[in-house]
Design a protein around this ligand. Structure first.
Ligand code: MG
Length: 253
């Protein structure tokens, strides 16, 4: 079923599959998160992701997606999103974003978390806390008869209130039988705009929050997105379904 905005409304049976996919993915990301330690290369983190995904009998949604080389996206410090695992060694004091997508039973699920390695600076910890809070603020708006941009506005307001900036160049998205479905979900904007949210919409909400400028650039690997000013960035993502009772997080712990 499609609305005029081409947003696919999921049937209860599809939501059940997406719920199972989300549960598997949250176990995968929890396991991957626990395996992170100082001294690992981002390549080794990616290899761990590959092994954990395989153990759960699902496929990576990212490996080979538009020729993406990794099994997960691993973005360190100034890395915003789409980081490619390489020889970079993760150190104590770094923040590492791990973004994992899977395909389960022909449906996609997508989640990201940014993890402190050892003791991080108070500023970095605040960035993580506010990015996570902004995700919660966005999710709270995912209710029947709210507008799509109410999510965007809630995220941006939370982030800017605390003196950080939201990335404009990359956005959240609908998800289901495709990794990226309509609608695009910017992390900025005025409230009360865009399509009305309806029961059965499944959304990947993913604030990318920068300590400095919101501007980004892409490295020579063609994938890794970093902040233009080299300051740190944090990324958190959950898939949610809009229900009559409010938002239900599909990729929660
Ligand atoms: Mg995503």
């Amino acid at each position: 079923m499609k609305t005029k905005n081409h947003i696919r409304i999921k049937t209860p049976a599809e939501v059940d599959i997406l719920r199972k996919a989300g549960k598997i993915l949250s176990s995968i990301i929890a396991e991957l998160k626990c395996s992170l330690t100082a001294g690992m290369t981002t390549k080794a983190i990616d290899q761990n992701a590959e092994a954990i995904i395989k153990k759960h009998n699902v496929a990576s949604a990212f490996k080979g997606y538009r020729r993406f080389p990794g099994h997960a996206c691993i973005s360190v410090n100034e890395g915003v999103v789409h980081g490619v695992g390489n020889g970079r060694v993760v150190k104590a004091g770094d923040i590492v974003s791990i973004d994992v997508g899977i395909i389960y039973n022909n449906y996609y699920s997508d989640t990201a978390v940014t993890v402190p390695i050892g003791q991080v600076s108070p500023e970095a910890q605040k960035l993580l806390d506010i990015a996570r809070l902004a995700l919660c603020r966005g999710i709270e708006q995912a209710r029947v008869n709210k507008h799509l941009s109410d999510i965007s506005y809630a995220v941006q307001s939370c982030v800017e209130l605390h003196g950080f900036s939201v990335v404009r160049d990359f956005v959240g998205h609908g998800i289901g039988r495709q990794l990226h479905e309509d609608p695009e979900i910017p992390n900025y904007g005025k409230p009360g705009e865009g399509p009305l949210l309806q029961e059965g919409m499944v959304l990947a909400i993913e604030p990318m929050v920068n300590m400095g400028t919101h501007r980004t650039r892409i490295l020579d690997d063609g994938w890794s997105v970093v902040t233009q000013d080299g300051k740190p960035s944090a990324h958190f993502e959950h898939c949610i379904v809009v229900t009559a009772q409010g938002p239900e997080i599909l990729t929660g712990e």
